[in-house]
Ligand binder design. Sequence first.
Ligand code: GLC
Ligand code: CA
Length: 561
Amino acid sequence: MTAKSRNERRGPLWHKDAVIYHLHVRSFSDANGDGIGDFAGLTQKLDYIESLGVNTIWLLPFYPSPGRDGGYDVTDYTNVSPEYGSVRDFEVFVTAAHQRNIRIIVELVINHTSDEHPWFQSARRARADSKERDYYVWSDTDEKFAGTRIIFIDSETSNWSWDPVAGAYYWHRFYAHQPDLNFRNPIVVEELLKIMRFWLDKGVDGFRLDAVPHLIEREKTKSENLPETHALLKHLRRTLEETHPEVILLAEANLWPKEAREYFGEGDECHMAFHFPLMPRIFSAVAKASSKPIKTIMRQTLPIPDDCQWAIFLRNHDELTLEMVSEAERNFLWEKYAADKRARLNLGIRRRLSPLMDQDRRRIELLHMLLLSLPGSPVLYYGDEIGMGDNIELGDRDGVRTPMQWADEKNAGFSNAPPSALALPVIANAQFGYAAINVKDQEDDAHSLLNWVRQVLALRASHTAFARGQMRFVKTDNDSVIAFVRADGDDRILCVANLSNTAQATQIGLSKFNGFTPVELTGGAAFPIIEHKAYAMTFQPYAYFWLKLDKNRSAGDLDAE
Ligand code: GLC
Ligand code: CA
């Protein structure tokens, strides 16, 4: 492929090269000193975000909301919560981001609304056969759709709740205060398109489709991933593309690869989908010092349509979900990473990356290297680039959503408000508090995690193999070493890592690359030339290499001293 055609390909397909920074406006930076992060504060921090080397921001919901589920309970879809600023502030933010070539993905919380949304308030008061009532899913009994599982098992016992005003049960897949919209009603679909166009006209580049498998329900099914839901998504895409051809849809579908893949359709549904099952297997792989969990799930991941891309991640704003592993594996991971039972929530673990890795820089780097090397667009969760901790004392998932630690200053430099006014308390303990872990100190330290993350993101961006390339596992004779090649044309990178906490040696099957010289990407050192036999490598605990397989470079012959 020539550079020119590669660039042409890249234009509209920016999502394939996306490196996504995922953040909560509420917890990022407070410009007006009321203790709550806002768009003005976020806009001021764009230089920082740009300096990381990411090119896309995904925002948690910022719409008016009673805030009983981190904003995933919306009362007004075409507005900005006054806590965060105005629609104008949002537009200023988008423009400033675009000036830096940073794209914006926003949340589309479409499966459900808040029960305080005017639609629900009219629905419950309207006649049973009215147009208003039909915005939601109602029943006279709580027995319909009995094959549907409960998701928030720690807090809900049924997907139905009784509404005394309506005199009927309403359907909800998440909290009882989040009634599900009725997508069998074409008026609801039209409302949704209106909302999407509203934000596209404000400049957003894409939507994360929250809880997308649950949009439509049907008797005698699990009410997940129904053909009706896929047809709806195709309809949305087709319709939106008429006016906004560049829109990107990112599916939040916590599913096995085969089912998740269906959200790409034939390239006519979502452009991106999270690869949920890969994530816990990365944590298993280091816990077991074995490459098998990652290899197995990647082998089950079939190719996706050309214009599509996986989104891959280590941590996000939710619990580290263990829905996509067996019960035995879940128990293993719980024991390993959440021995303190307060860290467990629903079927997952509510902790951040650094505490999960016992603050071990080697393992934190290793996990990032895997995240940046495996196929898909990597999603980094704010604060993980400096190794922020979590606060297990806070309820629900708030413990992983605490204020960004900017400096060893009042409120971690997040806000000027009195500490008691903060939306969430800053982390202040000796190990993970803002005195020990903050952006300012790490900016000044050439060897900080922050500067390391910047360096590897810059390296990744200079090789199309990572974002665009094929991936092939390479044989090793040591299960603790994972090895694969990412290749886009002549850009071929051998990614190889020791998943264990002891030194390891292995032979790697690279005979296909006979005559090539592996060149280490961070420092440019040439490794011994690959010959027609197994290639021997040794590793310190948790060590990794990115090696460019260079055809033309010779490692040099040794002369006598
Ligand atoms: C998604 C969000 C989660 C939210 C849920 C219900 O799973 O990631 O934070 O609680 O949807 O809206
Ligand atoms: Ca504020």
